[in-house]
Design a protein around this ligand. Structure first.
Ligand code: GLY
Ligand code: MN
Ligand code: MN
Length: 432
Protein backbone atom coordinates (compact mmCIF):
# COMPACT_ATOMS: atom_id res chain seq x y z
CA UNK A 1 0.00 0.00 0.00
CA UNK A 2 1.42 3.41 -0.89
CA UNK A 3 2.41 5.78 1.89
CA UNK A 4 -0.23 8.23 0.65
CA UNK A 5 -3.02 5.66 0.67
CA UNK A 6 -2.03 4.63 4.19
CA UNK A 7 -2.23 8.26 5.29
CA UNK A 8 -5.62 8.78 3.67
CA UNK A 9 -7.01 5.60 5.20
CA UNK A 10 -5.78 6.61 8.64
CA UNK A 11 -7.36 10.04 8.34
CA UNK A 12 -10.63 8.69 7.02
CA UNK A 13 -10.82 6.09 9.77
CA UNK A 14 -11.09 8.94 12.27
CA UNK A 15 -13.81 10.81 10.40
CA UNK A 16 -17.43 9.87 11.20
CA UNK A 17 -19.28 7.82 8.58
CA UNK A 18 -20.60 9.83 5.62
CA UNK A 19 -18.13 12.64 6.13
CA UNK A 20 -16.09 14.62 3.69
CA UNK A 21 -12.72 16.38 3.80
CA UNK A 22 -11.72 18.88 1.14
CA UNK A 23 -8.01 19.61 0.86
CA UNK A 24 -6.75 22.46 -1.33
CA UNK A 25 -3.47 22.43 -3.20
CA UNK A 26 -1.57 25.69 -3.70
CA UNK A 27 -1.86 27.98 -6.69
CA UNK A 28 1.02 29.74 -8.39
CA UNK A 29 1.96 33.25 -7.32
CA UNK A 30 3.27 36.00 -9.61
CA UNK A 31 6.65 37.38 -8.58
CA UNK A 32 6.84 40.15 -11.16
CA UNK A 33 6.09 40.59 -14.84
CA UNK A 34 5.67 37.16 -16.40
CA UNK A 35 7.69 35.46 -13.65
CA UNK A 36 6.21 33.27 -10.93
CA UNK A 37 7.66 32.35 -7.53
CA UNK A 38 8.97 28.77 -7.53
CA UNK A 39 5.92 26.59 -6.88
CA UNK A 40 5.70 24.75 -3.54
CA UNK A 41 2.73 22.46 -2.96
CA UNK A 42 0.61 22.88 0.17
CA UNK A 43 2.01 20.49 2.77
CA UNK A 44 -1.33 18.97 3.85
CA UNK A 45 -2.26 18.33 0.23
CA UNK A 46 1.16 16.86 -0.54
CA UNK A 47 1.00 14.67 2.58
CA UNK A 48 -2.24 13.07 1.45
CA UNK A 49 -1.79 12.88 -2.33
CA UNK A 50 1.88 13.27 -3.30
CA UNK A 51 0.56 15.36 -6.22
CA UNK A 52 2.81 18.29 -7.06
CA UNK A 53 0.89 20.28 -9.68
CA UNK A 54 -0.64 23.66 -8.85
CA UNK A 55 -4.41 24.37 -8.90
CA UNK A 56 -5.70 21.07 -7.58
CA UNK A 57 -8.24 20.05 -4.93
CA UNK A 58 -8.68 16.64 -3.33
CA UNK A 59 -11.94 15.41 -1.84
CA UNK A 60 -11.79 12.51 0.60
CA UNK A 61 -14.97 10.67 1.46
CA UNK A 62 -15.17 8.59 4.61
CA UNK A 63 -17.78 6.20 3.30
CA UNK A 64 -15.68 4.59 0.59
CA UNK A 65 -12.42 3.17 1.87
CA UNK A 66 -9.50 5.40 0.94
CA UNK A 67 -11.39 6.76 -2.04
CA UNK A 68 -10.61 10.23 -3.21
CA UNK A 69 -11.49 12.54 -6.05
CA UNK A 70 -9.03 14.93 -7.63
CA UNK A 71 -9.79 18.17 -9.41
CA UNK A 72 -6.75 19.20 -11.41
CA UNK A 73 -5.51 21.10 -14.45
CA UNK A 74 -6.55 19.76 -17.84
CA UNK A 75 -4.00 18.46 -20.25
CA UNK A 76 -3.23 21.29 -22.67
CA UNK A 77 -0.47 20.82 -25.27
CA UNK A 78 0.12 24.54 -25.76
CA UNK A 79 0.42 25.22 -21.99
CA UNK A 80 2.51 22.06 -21.54
CA UNK A 81 4.87 23.35 -24.24
CA UNK A 82 5.76 26.19 -21.83
CA UNK A 83 5.19 24.74 -18.39
CA UNK A 84 5.85 21.02 -18.75
CA UNK A 85 3.75 17.91 -18.43
CA UNK A 86 0.38 17.82 -16.71
CA UNK A 87 -1.26 14.65 -15.43
CA UNK A 88 -4.80 15.57 -16.51
CA UNK A 89 -7.98 14.37 -14.74
CA UNK A 90 -8.27 11.33 -17.04
CA UNK A 91 -5.00 9.95 -15.63
CA UNK A 92 -6.01 10.40 -11.99
CA UNK A 93 -5.40 6.70 -11.23
CA UNK A 94 -1.68 7.47 -11.39
CA UNK A 95 -1.99 9.13 -8.00
CA UNK A 96 -4.51 6.63 -6.64
CA UNK A 97 -7.60 8.80 -7.16
CA UNK A 98 -10.80 7.03 -8.15
CA UNK A 99 -12.25 10.00 -10.02
CA UNK A 100 -10.71 12.98 -11.77
CA UNK A 101 -12.36 16.23 -12.82
CA UNK A 102 -11.08 19.37 -14.45
CA UNK A 103 -10.38 22.07 -11.90
CA UNK A 104 -12.41 24.33 -14.21
CA UNK A 105 -15.63 22.61 -13.07
CA UNK A 106 -14.80 22.57 -9.36
CA UNK A 107 -17.23 25.39 -8.56
CA UNK A 108 -20.13 23.56 -10.24
CA UNK A 109 -19.30 20.04 -9.10
CA UNK A 110 -18.39 20.62 -5.46
CA UNK A 111 -21.98 21.17 -4.33
CA UNK A 112 -22.84 17.55 -5.24
CA UNK A 113 -20.21 16.39 -2.74
CA UNK A 114 -21.42 18.70 0.01
CA UNK A 115 -25.00 17.56 0.37
CA UNK A 116 -26.16 15.01 2.93
CA UNK A 117 -22.83 14.73 4.70
CA UNK A 118 -22.72 14.04 8.40
CA UNK A 119 -19.67 16.21 8.79
CA UNK A 120 -17.65 18.46 6.48
CA UNK A 121 -13.99 19.16 7.15
CA UNK A 122 -12.16 22.07 5.54
CA UNK A 123 -8.70 23.54 6.02
CA UNK A 124 -8.37 27.17 7.08
CA UNK A 125 -6.52 29.75 4.99
CA UNK A 126 -4.86 27.35 2.58
CA UNK A 127 -6.12 28.52 -0.84
CA UNK A 128 -8.62 31.36 -0.79
CA UNK A 129 -9.69 30.84 -4.43
CA UNK A 130 -11.14 27.36 -3.87
CA UNK A 131 -12.02 27.94 -0.23
CA UNK A 132 -14.30 30.81 -1.30
CA UNK A 133 -15.93 28.60 -3.90
CA UNK A 134 -16.75 25.98 -1.27
CA UNK A 135 -18.05 28.56 1.18
CA UNK A 136 -20.24 30.24 -1.44
CA UNK A 137 -21.65 26.84 -2.42
CA UNK A 138 -22.39 26.04 1.22
CA UNK A 139 -24.25 29.33 1.66
CA UNK A 140 -26.25 28.73 -1.51
CA UNK A 141 -27.06 25.14 -0.53
CA UNK A 142 -28.20 26.15 2.94
CA UNK A 143 -30.66 28.59 1.39
CA UNK A 144 -32.23 25.89 -0.74
CA UNK A 145 -32.18 22.89 1.61
CA UNK A 146 -35.42 23.96 3.29
CA UNK A 147 -37.28 23.14 0.08
CA UNK A 148 -35.48 19.87 -0.67
CA UNK A 149 -34.58 16.67 1.14
CA UNK A 150 -30.94 17.80 1.18
CA UNK A 151 -29.11 18.21 4.41
CA UNK A 152 -26.15 20.51 5.12
CA UNK A 153 -24.51 20.37 8.57
CA UNK A 154 -24.69 23.60 10.58
CA UNK A 155 -21.08 23.51 11.61
CA UNK A 156 -18.02 23.12 9.38
CA UNK A 157 -15.13 21.35 11.11
CA UNK A 158 -11.50 22.23 10.66
CA UNK A 159 -9.42 19.39 9.23
CA UNK A 160 -6.26 20.67 10.87
CA UNK A 161 -6.65 19.19 14.33
CA UNK A 162 -7.24 15.71 12.87
CA UNK A 163 -4.67 15.83 10.10
CA UNK A 164 -1.95 17.65 11.97
CA UNK A 165 -1.94 15.08 14.74
CA UNK A 166 -0.98 12.57 12.03
CA UNK A 167 1.71 14.78 10.54
CA UNK A 168 3.23 15.33 13.99
CA UNK A 169 4.20 11.65 14.31
CA UNK A 170 6.58 10.80 11.49
CA UNK A 171 6.55 7.40 9.77
CA UNK A 172 9.72 5.39 9.11
CA UNK A 173 9.71 6.66 5.50
CA UNK A 174 9.41 10.26 6.62
CA UNK A 175 12.17 9.85 9.20
CA UNK A 176 14.48 8.45 6.53
CA UNK A 177 13.85 11.47 4.26
CA UNK A 178 14.34 13.95 7.11
CA UNK A 179 17.59 12.21 8.04
CA UNK A 180 18.72 12.68 4.45
CA UNK A 181 17.75 16.38 4.54
CA UNK A 182 19.70 16.78 7.80
CA UNK A 183 22.70 15.00 6.32
CA UNK A 184 22.81 17.35 3.34
CA UNK A 185 22.43 20.44 5.53
CA UNK A 186 25.07 19.17 7.92
CA UNK A 187 27.52 18.77 5.04
CA UNK A 188 26.71 22.34 3.98
CA UNK A 189 27.51 23.72 7.44
CA UNK A 190 30.83 21.85 7.45
CA UNK A 191 31.59 23.19 3.97
CA UNK A 192 30.82 26.74 5.17
CA UNK A 193 33.05 26.41 8.23
CA UNK A 194 35.87 25.33 5.95
CA UNK A 195 35.34 28.09 3.38
CA UNK A 196 34.61 31.20 5.43
CA UNK A 197 37.23 33.93 5.71
CA UNK A 198 37.36 37.62 6.54
CA UNK A 199 36.36 39.97 3.71
CA UNK A 200 33.93 37.48 2.28
CA UNK A 201 30.38 38.78 1.92
CA UNK A 202 27.57 37.09 3.82
CA UNK A 203 25.94 36.16 0.50
CA UNK A 204 29.13 34.43 -0.63
CA UNK A 205 28.93 32.19 2.40
CA UNK A 206 25.23 31.64 1.67
CA UNK A 207 26.27 30.44 -1.79
CA UNK A 208 28.33 27.64 -0.22
CA UNK A 209 25.13 26.31 1.37
CA UNK A 210 23.08 26.57 -1.80
CA UNK A 211 25.83 24.77 -3.71
CA UNK A 212 25.96 21.89 -1.26
CA UNK A 213 22.16 21.60 -1.07
CA UNK A 214 21.68 21.55 -4.84
CA UNK A 215 24.63 19.27 -5.52
CA UNK A 216 22.97 16.70 -3.28
CA UNK A 217 19.52 16.88 -4.79
CA UNK A 218 17.92 19.33 -2.35
CA UNK A 219 16.59 21.87 -4.82
CA UNK A 220 15.52 24.50 -2.32
CA UNK A 221 16.03 25.83 1.16
CA UNK A 222 13.44 24.98 3.78
CA UNK A 223 13.37 28.71 4.68
CA UNK A 224 15.41 31.78 3.72
CA UNK A 225 18.97 31.27 4.97
CA UNK A 226 20.13 33.57 7.75
CA UNK A 227 23.80 34.49 7.39
CA UNK A 228 24.56 37.19 9.93
CA UNK A 229 28.06 38.39 10.68
CA UNK A 230 28.79 40.41 13.86
CA UNK A 231 25.80 42.54 14.93
CA UNK A 232 23.57 41.07 12.22
CA UNK A 233 23.46 37.85 14.28
CA UNK A 234 21.35 39.74 16.83
CA UNK A 235 18.50 40.15 14.32
CA UNK A 236 16.65 36.85 14.66
CA UNK A 237 15.38 36.49 11.10
CA UNK A 238 18.07 38.57 9.37
CA UNK A 239 18.26 37.39 5.78
CA UNK A 240 19.51 40.31 3.75
CA UNK A 241 22.91 38.57 3.90
CA UNK A 242 24.59 41.52 2.22
CA UNK A 243 27.38 42.65 4.57
CA UNK A 244 31.07 41.97 4.66
CA UNK A 245 32.24 39.35 7.18
CA UNK A 246 34.89 40.86 9.43
CA UNK A 247 37.99 39.50 11.09
CA UNK A 248 37.24 39.00 14.79
CA UNK A 249 33.46 38.68 14.35
CA UNK A 250 31.31 35.59 14.66
CA UNK A 251 28.93 34.59 11.90
CA UNK A 252 25.60 32.99 12.76
CA UNK A 253 24.22 30.78 10.01
CA UNK A 254 20.72 29.34 10.27
CA UNK A 255 20.29 27.32 7.08
CA UNK A 256 18.64 24.06 6.13
CA UNK A 257 17.57 22.45 2.91
CA UNK A 258 14.23 21.00 1.93
CA UNK A 259 14.59 17.47 0.55
CA UNK A 260 11.69 15.59 -1.03
CA UNK A 261 9.24 17.92 0.69
CA UNK A 262 10.83 17.71 4.16
CA UNK A 263 12.76 20.36 6.07
CA UNK A 264 15.96 20.45 8.03
CA UNK A 265 16.86 23.37 10.28
CA UNK A 266 20.39 23.90 11.60
CA UNK A 267 22.15 26.86 13.18
CA UNK A 268 25.83 27.12 13.89
CA UNK A 269 27.76 30.17 15.03
CA UNK A 270 31.47 30.24 14.24
CA UNK A 271 34.36 32.72 14.10
CA UNK A 272 35.01 34.34 10.72
CA UNK A 273 38.77 34.06 11.27
CA UNK A 274 38.63 30.51 12.68
CA UNK A 275 39.35 31.36 16.33
CA UNK A 276 36.87 32.28 19.07
CA UNK A 277 37.83 35.27 21.26
CA UNK A 278 37.55 34.94 25.07
CA UNK A 279 34.29 36.97 25.32
CA UNK A 280 32.78 34.99 22.42
CA UNK A 281 33.81 31.75 24.11
CA UNK A 282 32.19 32.75 27.40
CA UNK A 283 28.78 33.26 25.79
CA UNK A 284 29.15 30.32 23.42
CA UNK A 285 29.70 27.90 26.31
CA UNK A 286 26.43 28.94 27.95
CA UNK A 287 24.44 28.45 24.76
CA UNK A 288 26.17 25.13 24.12
CA UNK A 289 25.35 23.87 27.59
CA UNK A 290 21.72 24.90 27.08
CA UNK A 291 21.68 23.09 23.72
CA UNK A 292 23.12 19.89 25.17
CA UNK A 293 21.00 19.84 28.31
CA UNK A 294 17.80 20.66 26.41
CA UNK A 295 18.46 17.80 24.01
CA UNK A 296 18.52 15.43 26.99
CA UNK A 297 14.94 16.45 27.82
CA UNK A 298 13.58 15.31 24.46
CA UNK A 299 12.40 11.99 25.85
CA UNK A 300 9.13 10.19 26.35
CA UNK A 301 7.17 11.48 29.33
CA UNK A 302 8.76 14.94 29.33
CA UNK A 303 7.19 17.88 27.49
CA UNK A 304 8.30 20.91 25.44
CA UNK A 305 7.68 22.88 28.63
CA UNK A 306 10.43 20.89 30.41
CA UNK A 307 12.77 21.68 27.52
CA UNK A 308 11.95 25.38 27.60
CA UNK A 309 12.38 25.48 31.37
CA UNK A 310 15.82 23.89 31.04
CA UNK A 311 16.90 26.48 28.46
CA UNK A 312 15.68 29.34 30.63
CA UNK A 313 17.43 27.96 33.73
CA UNK A 314 20.79 27.51 32.02
CA UNK A 315 20.71 30.82 30.18
CA UNK A 316 19.60 32.73 33.30
CA UNK A 317 22.32 31.10 35.41
CA UNK A 318 24.87 31.87 32.69
CA UNK A 319 23.83 35.52 32.63
CA UNK A 320 24.12 35.65 36.45
CA UNK A 321 27.63 34.18 36.23
CA UNK A 322 28.58 36.86 33.71
CA UNK A 323 27.19 39.51 36.11
CA UNK A 324 24.70 40.64 33.51
CA UNK A 325 21.73 39.59 35.60
CA UNK A 326 21.73 40.08 39.35
CA UNK A 327 19.40 38.44 41.81
CA UNK A 328 17.91 35.12 42.78
CA UNK A 329 17.57 32.72 39.85
CA UNK A 330 13.93 31.73 40.42
CA UNK A 331 12.88 35.33 40.72
CA UNK A 332 14.78 36.25 37.55
CA UNK A 333 13.05 33.38 35.76
CA UNK A 334 9.68 34.41 37.19
CA UNK A 335 10.10 37.99 35.96
CA UNK A 336 11.47 36.77 32.61
CA UNK A 337 14.59 38.92 33.05
CA UNK A 338 16.39 36.69 30.51
CA UNK A 339 14.01 37.75 27.71
CA UNK A 340 16.09 40.80 26.83
CA UNK A 341 18.84 38.41 25.75
CA UNK A 342 16.92 35.23 24.84
CA UNK A 343 13.58 36.19 23.35
CA UNK A 344 12.45 33.19 21.30
CA UNK A 345 11.36 29.67 22.11
CA UNK A 346 13.84 26.83 22.40
CA UNK A 347 12.31 24.71 19.66
CA UNK A 348 9.47 23.82 17.34
CA UNK A 349 8.17 20.72 15.59
CA UNK A 350 9.84 20.09 12.25
CA UNK A 351 8.63 18.06 9.27
CA UNK A 352 7.14 19.02 5.92
CA UNK A 353 7.09 22.59 7.23
CA UNK A 354 10.12 23.90 9.04
CA UNK A 355 7.81 25.18 11.77
CA UNK A 356 5.73 22.07 11.50
CA UNK A 357 2.13 21.47 12.45
CA UNK A 358 0.89 19.70 15.56
CA UNK A 359 -0.20 21.16 18.86
CA UNK A 360 2.15 21.68 21.79
CA UNK A 361 -0.61 21.13 24.31
CA UNK A 362 -3.34 18.60 24.92
CA UNK A 363 -6.43 19.08 27.07
CA UNK A 364 -5.13 22.28 28.59
CA UNK A 365 -1.70 20.91 29.48
CA UNK A 366 1.63 20.46 27.70
CA UNK A 367 1.75 17.29 25.62
CA UNK A 368 4.38 14.64 26.21
CA UNK A 369 7.01 13.82 23.62
CA UNK A 370 6.27 10.58 21.76
CA UNK A 371 8.44 8.50 19.43
CA UNK A 372 8.28 9.81 15.87
CA UNK A 373 8.08 13.49 16.83
CA UNK A 374 10.91 15.72 15.62
CA UNK A 375 11.73 18.98 17.35
CA UNK A 376 14.46 21.54 16.93
CA UNK A 377 16.55 22.59 19.92
CA UNK A 378 17.83 26.11 19.40
CA UNK A 379 18.78 28.16 22.44
CA UNK A 380 20.46 31.50 21.83
CA UNK A 381 21.82 34.62 23.49
CA UNK A 382 21.85 37.99 21.73
CA UNK A 383 23.52 41.16 23.01
CA UNK A 384 22.35 43.89 20.70
CA UNK A 385 23.59 47.49 20.89
CA UNK A 386 22.04 49.63 23.59
CA UNK A 387 21.44 46.96 26.23
CA UNK A 388 22.16 48.13 29.76
CA UNK A 389 24.48 46.26 32.09
CA UNK A 390 26.17 44.31 29.30
CA UNK A 391 29.99 44.64 29.19
CA UNK A 392 31.22 46.32 26.02
CA UNK A 393 33.09 43.25 24.83
CA UNK A 394 29.81 41.31 24.60
CA UNK A 395 27.89 43.91 22.60
CA UNK A 396 26.92 42.83 19.07
CA UNK A 397 27.52 39.15 19.77
CA UNK A 398 24.63 36.86 18.85
CA UNK A 399 24.89 33.10 19.26
CA UNK A 400 22.39 30.34 18.50
CA UNK A 401 23.08 26.61 18.25
CA UNK A 402 20.30 24.58 16.64
CA UNK A 403 19.92 20.84 16.12
CA UNK A 404 17.08 18.62 14.93
CA UNK A 405 16.12 15.89 17.36
CA UNK A 406 14.00 12.75 16.91
CA UNK A 407 12.06 11.36 19.87
CA UNK A 408 12.62 7.60 20.16
CA UNK A 409 11.62 4.87 22.61
CA UNK A 410 14.89 5.52 24.42
CA UNK A 411 17.43 8.33 24.01
CA UNK A 412 16.89 11.37 21.82
CA UNK A 413 18.45 10.94 18.39
CA UNK A 414 20.23 14.07 17.15
CA UNK A 415 19.87 14.08 13.37
CA UNK A 416 22.38 16.89 12.92
CA UNK A 417 25.16 15.58 15.15
CA UNK A 418 27.77 15.43 12.39
CA UNK A 419 28.15 19.23 12.40
CA UNK A 420 30.69 20.18 15.07
CA UNK A 421 29.41 22.38 17.84
CA UNK A 422 32.00 22.46 20.57
CA UNK A 423 34.65 25.14 20.29
CA UNK A 424 37.64 22.84 19.84
CA UNK A 425 35.94 20.81 17.10
CA UNK A 426 34.81 23.93 15.24
CA UNK A 427 38.26 25.50 15.39
CA UNK A 428 39.82 22.21 14.27
CA UNK A 429 37.56 21.85 11.25
CA UNK A 430 38.12 25.50 10.33
CA UNK A 431 41.86 24.97 10.33
CA UNK A 432 41.63 22.12 7.85
N1 GLY B 1 15.06 28.73 10.79
C1 GLY B 1 13.98 29.24 11.52
C2 GLY B 1 14.00 28.71 12.87
O1 GLY B 1 15.02 28.28 13.34
O2 GLY B 1 12.99 28.61 13.51
MN1 MN C 1 14.28 26.40 14.04
MN1 MN D 1 16.67 27.64 12.24
Amino acid sequence: MSEYLKRRKKLISEMPKDSLAIIFGSSTLVRNGDVEFPFRQNSDFLYLTGFEEPNAVAILESNKSGEFTIFCQDKDPSKEQWEGNRMGPENCKKIGAKKGFSIKVFNEEVSKFLINKERIYLPKNSNSIYENMVNENLVALKKTTSRTNHFIPEEIHSIESLLHEKRLIKSETEIEIIKQACKISSAAHIRAMKSVSPKMYEYELEAEYVHEFMKNGARSCAYPSIVGGGKNACVLHYNENKDLLLDGDLVLVDAGCEFKGYASDITRTFPVNGKFSKPQEAIYEIVLEANRECIKTVIKDLTPFDTERKAVEIITQGLIDLNILNGEINELIETKAYQKFYMHKVGHWMGMDVHDVGSYGLNGDWRKYSPGMITTIEPGIYFKEGLKNVPKEFINIGIRIEDDVLVTEKNPEVLTSSVPKNIKDIEKIMES
